[in-house]
Design a protein around this ligand. Structure first.
Ligand code: ZN
Length: 215
């Protein structure tokens, strides 16, 4: 939602759902963990009634233990927290599960895959940042594909259906390589909202590129 028109977020959510997205991804920033401030839980709650697609909260915040319950209560089915921000990551992920939401863990570009090896049994999703978090519209870091492939291997060895998501710079020109590396869940912002042919075209185009990279 980062490139959406924040003065009409409900309508923007409805337009995305109509365009065929599988989820809506809320980039929550606290101005401390990342140098930007966005999207409080009341904003998410006010958009929840506009659509039926699942909401996921990507918490780029220092105090996930404080904030995660507020986003679950606001209507987020999935909550993603950063490995780098959680002092007791194992406990935080378990607490999100206990709230009835689906927990996921996020890695910044500088964080190695091994940093999440001991929490894979607790998560339904791993998100590999393909830009440094904080702002939309940044260039995709192709160097992250090695890490995506490594985590895909770690996930296979668990035997659990853990989704592997990438976030940052995902566009028609980059999505194929991310999927080929092992990503199966794709966050897109600018590529959707900046497509001159509109949201429906953008979603279909990304899906086509992803599907042919997997085939
Ligand atoms: Zn995000």
């Amino acid at each position: 939602m980062l490139p959406a028109d924040f003065s009409r977020l409900g309508e923007e959510c409805a337009a995305l759902e109509k365009a065929g997205v599988d989820r809506i991804h809320w980039d929550v920033m606290d101005g401390v963990f990342v140098p930007n401030l966005t999207i409080g839980p009341d904003v998410v709650r006010s958009c929840r009634r506009w659509v039926d697609v699942p909401f996921e909260a990507h918490l780029m915040v220092m105090d996930a233990d404080l904030l995660a319950p507020l986003y679950v209560e606001a209507g987020c089915e999935r909550v993603l927290v950063h490995q780098e921000a959680c002092r007791h990551l194992h406990r935080t992920l378990g607490a999100i599960r206990d709230l009835g939401a689906s927990p996921g863990v996020v890695l910044n570009p500088a964080t190695p895959a091994v940093a999440i090896a001991d929490v894979l049994d607790l998560v339904d999703q791993v998100l590999v940042m393909t830009v440094n978090p904080g702002f939309g519209g940044q260039a995709y870091l192709a160097s992250m594909e090695t890490k995506v492939a490594e985590i895909a291997g770690m996930i296979r060895s668990t035997g659990r259906p853990i989704r592997l998501e990438v976030d940052g710079g995902i566009a028609p020109g980059t999505v194929g390589a991310a999927v080929a590396a092992g990503a199966d869940t794709l966050v897109a912002g600018s590529a959707l909202f900046r497509d001159p042919e509109g949201l429906e075209h953008a979603v279909a185009d990304l899906r086509d590129h992803a599907t042919s990279a997997r085939a």
